[in-house]
Structures are given as structure tokens and as C-alpha cells.
Design a protein around this ligand. Structure first.
Ligand code: TRP
Length: 433
């Protein structure tokens, strides 16, 4: 264990964990899902799930990682006994599948940023987006994103992940706040805010709203698949876990809310709210550049900043997903970091060719692995810690265990069943063709 890597500083760990949480889920998924699912109603469910279910689980993942100093497979076996090892494998596989499509979307942001920086905004954003969202260019984007992610992970915990987070996260925050302030000065900002947050309380009573808000909360916080366990396994300190969990959740939620404060005023200002209601995955990749183009030369640089934020957010998250698989090879098989990274990247890159060639796979993989899979992982952790006898040396705070037992377990069970029932509907379009 002495050879195991560690973060150089507490701030480094926190920024890395926040970097994992803050990602495309916040800036691209959250605003668009909120507006499509009842605005403030979605936000309310989201906040409730974060406070009551996700926060306790976040504490648990941090605790498991720190206590065991191992990645999920060994960590869960140590905490729950060998019978729980399978959950670690399931989480590791889930991380690999999520990265396979996540890296495709990260590729869209890289290509959009690169194109805007080098050549300016495309004349026809819709055509440009459809050319990069699936097919050869999407594969190029996917390869670039995987290459970058692999490079960071090969450099290790301190030299790669921590260094990346220390640079990227502050830059991301500054850019985000600056853009939100700028967006608030646009005419139409008020209309955008209303569209974003107008509560449609009837939505609160629909299962899809509830499951998508809850699933999204897990995805956004990187919960339910051992990414936080893995990152926390490189920490040593004694600091309050509740405090760390609170900071990660607060930063993640703040970025999600601010993300919407940028996109909706912009979309309203450019009169594109109508096109949003068709809410396809690509709306923001089309709506934003369309609007920015009308601002002339300035628009190009604003678009570069906008895509730059997306790139930073996407890469720091992709890195955390890859670390789960890499750490599993290192810890389980004793491989060198280089070898582990190479094998994990090769497998995930291959798998990603599917969503890169046909973007309908992204929705399907997201729902199956990014929503249902994470709810399942969360439920298993709630069972282990809330009902089982986890070997955590009496350290799982009693509130956390009670919350997971009496609230987390039933809530997750119901949500999981609902989301399983919903799956055939999501997969059907793919099977029909
Ligand atoms: N949380 C990231 C986002 O919001 C995605 C992500 C990174 C993730 N690591 C994860 C999701 C682990 C689930 C589990 O975009």
C-alpha cells in the first residue's frame, strides 16, 4: 500500500472531485432537461434528491475510499465482505460504458471549440453540427477526447489529474461567472430566466420527471459508480467528510444552476426559445452558435469561451471516469499505470465507435447506464451501508445510515423500478431500424 499514489494537497483532491462532478451533465444536460421537464419543478426534485439521498451517499463513497485506500472492487470487498466484489466490477464496467459515449459528446465540444477558434463560426450551424455529431468527424472527436484523457491519466494522480484540475477548475469558474453576468445584460434575459425556471407543478407528479431528475442528480455528482470512491482512495487526511461532501455538492449544483443562467438568456435573446422545445440533444450546439453569429466578430470569441468552458468541464469529468477502470487494473492485477491506461483506453475507444457512428446510441446508453445503472449502484450502496454491517469502523455517521435506510433505500427502489419500466420505451427506436 505504501506505493499507492496520493494527492499532493487537500485543495487538489477537492478540485479534482469537483472537476469530476462538474461536467457536460451540468452545462448541457441540466438546463435542457430542466426546461423540458417542468422548469422549477425539475429543479425542486433535483435539489431534494441531492440533499436527502445524494449527500449521504457522497459521504459514504468518500468514507469507503478513504478507509480502504482501494478502488471499488477491492474497496467494496473490504467493506462488505467478498460477496460485494461483484458490485465493484459492475461499477467499473458501468464507468467504462459511460465514458464511451461521454467521450463522443466531449468530442463535439472539442471540434466545435477548435473550429470556432481556427476558422470562425460555421455559416450553417445546424449543418455543421450534424456533420460532427455522428460519422467520421464524430469518431475523430471521440479519438481526440480519449487521447487527451488517456494522456492525463497516464501521468498519474498528482502529475495528471491533480495538475489538470488545479489549472482548469478555477479557469472554468471565472469564465462561467463572467458569461452569466454578460448574459444577464442581454435583452430578453428575463424571458429566458422565466422559461428556464417557471414552475410547472403538474410535472412533479409525472414519473419521467422524477426519475430523470433523480438519475440526473446521480450523474451530475458522479455518484453510484465508484468514481468518488476511487478519488477518495488517494486521500489520507482526517477532515470532516460531511464538509467535503457538502462542498462538492454545492459547487456542482451551483454550476448546474449557473449553466442555465447562461444558456437561457442567450437563447431567449436570439429568439430561439421556440427551437428549444423540440429539445434534441444538439439544440445548444446549434442555437448558441446561431445566435453568436449575429454578434459579428465578438460572437466568435464569445463562442470560443462558451465551448472552452464545455471542453474544460468535459475533460476533467472524462478523466475521472477513466481513472475508475485504470485503477481497477492497477489495484487488482498489479499492472503499471501505463499498461492499465492503454488497455482501458483501447477497450473504451472501441466501444465508443458505436455512439460515434450513430448518435441515437448516446440517449440509450445514457438512460441505461448513466441513469438506471447509477440508481442501481446507489441503491446497492444504500443497502450495504444502511442495512448491512459495513466494516467502516463505526464511522459511518448515524444520520447517514438512518437516512440511507429509511429514506434512501425506498426512494431509490421506487425510482429504479420506474426507470427500469421506462427502459423499453427508450431502447425501442433503436431496435426498430
Ligand atoms: N458528473 C459528470 C457530469 O456531470 C459526469 C461524470 C464524471 C460521471 N464521472 C462520473 C457520472 C461518474 C457518473 C459517474 O457530466
Amino acid at each position: 500500500m505504501s506505493s499507492r499514489e496520493h494527492w499532493a494537497s487537500r485543495a487538489g483532491f477537492l478540485l479534482a472531485a469537483i472537476g469530476s462532478a462538474v461536467g457536460l451533465g451540468n452545462l448541457w444536460g441540466f438546463p435542457y432537461k430542466a426546461s423540458a421537464n417542468g422548469g422549477a419543478a425539475f429543479v425542486l426534485v433535483y435539489l431534494a434528491v441531492i440533499a436527502l439521498v445524494c449527500l449521504p451517499l457522497l459521504v459514504v463513497e468518500l468514507l469507503i475510499g478513504r478507509r480502504t485506500g482501494e478502488s471499488p472492487v477491492l474497496a467494496l470487498a473490504m467493506v462488505g465482505g467478498p460477496r460485494w466484489r461483484w458490485l465493484g466490477y459492475a461499477m467499473t464496467l458501468n464507468a467504462a460504458v459511460i465514458l464511451a459515449f461521454y467521450s463522443v459528446v466531449a468530442g463535439w465540444t472539442l471540434l466545435s471549440a477548435g473550429r470556432t477558434l481556427l476558422l470562425g463560426l460555421p455559416a450553417d450551424p445546424a449543418a455543421f453540427f450534424s456533420s460532427i455529431s455522428q460519422g467520421p468527424l464524430a469518431i475523430v472527436g471521440h479519438l481526440l477526447a480519449m487521447l487527451f484523457t488517456a494522456g492525463v491519466i497516464a501521468l498519474g494522480v498528482r502529475g495528471g489529474i491533480e495538475r489538470l484540475s488545479l489549472w482548469c477548475m478555477p479557469l472554468l469558474f471565472v469564465l462561467l461567472v463572467a458569461m452569466a453576468i454578460w448574459a444577464s445584460t442581454l435583452s430578453g434575459a428575463g424571458e429566458g430566466y422565466r422559461f428556464y425556471l417557471q414552475p410547472d407543478l403538474q410535472e412533479l407528479l409525472r414519473w419521467p420527471t422524477l426519475t430523470s431528475a433523480a438519475g440526473h442528480a446521480f450523474f451530475s455528482l458522479s455518484l453510484g459508480l465508484g468514481a468518488i470512491i476511487t478519488y477518495a482512495s488517494y486521500t489520507q487526511g482526517q477532515e470532516g467528510l460531511g464538509c467535503q461532501a457538502g462542498m462538492i455538492a454545492a459547487a456542482d449544483t451551483a454550476v448546474a444552476l449557473v449553466g442555465g443562467l447562461i444558456t437561457f438568456p442567450l437563447v431567449a435573446h436570439f429568439n430561439l426559445l421556440g427551437s428549444l422545445s423540440e429539445s434534441t440533444v444538439g439544440t445548444l450546439f446549434v442555437a448558441i452558435p446561431t445566435g453568436m453569429a449575429s454578434l459579428g466578430g465578438l460572437g466568435r470569441w464569445l463562442a470560443v469561451a462558451f465551448y472552452g468552458v464545455l471542453v474544460l468541464a468535459a475533460l476533467t469529468s472524462a478523466v475521472s471516469l477513466l481513472e475508475v477502470s485504470t485503477a481497477a487494473f492497477i489495484d487488482r492485477l498489479g499492472w503499471s499505470r501505463r499498461r492499465a491506461t492503454t488497455l482501458a483506453v483501447a477497450a473504451i475507444t472501441l466501444l465508443g465507435l458505436l455512439p460515434a457512428s450513430d448518435s441515437r446510441w448516446i440517449d440509450v446508453l445514457y438512460t441505461v447506464f448513466g441513469e438506471t445503472g447509477l440508481l442501481f449502484g446507489g441503491l446497492m450502496l444504500a443497502l450495504l451501508v444502511g442495512w448491512g454491517q459495513p466494516r467502516l469502523e463505526g464511522e459511518a455517521p448515524l444520520v447517514v445510515r438512518r437516512l440511507l435506510r429509511w429514506l434512501g433505500t425506498p426512494v431509490l427502489l421506487v425510482l429504479l423500478v420506474q426507470s427500469l419500466l421506462h427502459l423499453p420505451q427508450v431502447v425501442a427506436p433503436l431496435l426498430q431500424s
